[in-house]
Every structure is written in structure tokens, then in C-alpha cells.
Design a protein around this ligand. Structure first.
Ligand code: FE2
Length: 150
């Protein structure tokens, strides 16, 4: 039987999953459409980031299934529930990097709320998987900010 606390962990996982999927699509868009003097660097970096995001997305979804939940991935569900902004095709390269920093901040907040609920539920498995996600996103943001020189 699923307890109420486990349901709340699944809900937080789904919030993270929805935002990660928007972030993933933005990264693909940035990979395709980036222009300017840093094209070669950013085109490759964005590909690396969306490949990492794809692995994370799958891990989040499969954790939801392990907790007897249903992973949210319909486009309707994503568009009506995401906090990460869905970006336009044409953007400056620096605006793309800023958008990644902002999306990472949303994902970090989602993760902090998830870990809090998992802690309350005594869900060691979830804590074990997702604690490192926060560190990785913080490291990414340090690098993105260094790229922007601020
Ligand atoms: Fe490509």
C-alpha cells in the first residue's frame, strides 16, 4: 500500500520530471540554433547537457515507477504544469546560457523540495539517487556563470 508520504514524494518527482523535460527541449533548441563566435563551444556543450538531461529524465521517471507512480510526460501535462520557461527558437547565445542557469535554479528548488519530502517519508532510495543531482547542477551553474564572466 502506498502511504500519503510516498504520494508526496511521487508528486515532487513528477514536478522535477516535467521541468526537466522542458529544459531538455530548450537545450536541443539551443544546440541547433546557437550562433556567434562561441558556436563551436556552445553547440557541443549544449549537446553534452541534453544527453546528460536525457539520462536524468529517465532515472526520475523510473524512480516514480519504482514507487508505483505514473511518470508525467504528455506534452499537455508538461505545458500546463512546467515552471521552466519554454524558449523561442531565436535567442542570443548569452541569453541561452542565462536561460540554462535559470532552469537549473528551478530544478535545484524542485530537488530540495523532493529531498525534504523523501526525508520525511524515510525514503532512503530517493535520497540516495537525487542528492548528487543538486551538486551537479550547482557545478554547472558555476561554469555557466564563469562563461558569462559574472
Ligand atoms: Fe546535433
Amino acid at each position: 500500500m502506498e502511504t500519503l508520504l510516498e504520494n508526496q514524494v511521487v508528486e515532487k518527482l513528477n514536478r522535477l520530471l516535467i521541468n526537466y523535460q522542458v529544459h531538455y527541449q530548450n537545450l536541443r533548441l539551443f544546440h541547433w540554433n546557437v550562433k556567434g563566435p562561441f558556436f563551436f563551444i556552445l553547440h557541443e556543450k549544449f549537446e553534452e547537457l541534453y544527453n546528460e538531461a536525457a539520462l536524468k529524465i529517465d532515472e526520475v521517471a523510473e524512480r516514480i515507477l519504482a514507487l508505483n507512480g505514473i511518470p508525467k510526460g504528455s506534452l499537455k501535462n508538461i505545458l500546463s504544469n512546467a515552471n521552466v520557461e519554454s524558449h523561442e527558437e531565436i535567442m542570443d547565445a548569452s541569453a541561452m546560457v542565462k536561460a540554462i542557469i535559470n532552469a537549473n535554479k528551478v530544478l535545484i528548488e524542485n530537488l530540495e523540495e523532493l529531498l525534504e519530502e523523501a526525508g520525511k517519508a524515510g525514503d532512503e532510495g530517493t535520497l540516495d539517487i537525487f542528492t548528487s543531482y543538486i551538486q551537479e547542477l550547482q557545478k554547472q551553474n558555476w561554469m555557466m556563470k564563469s562563461f558569462l564572466n559574472n
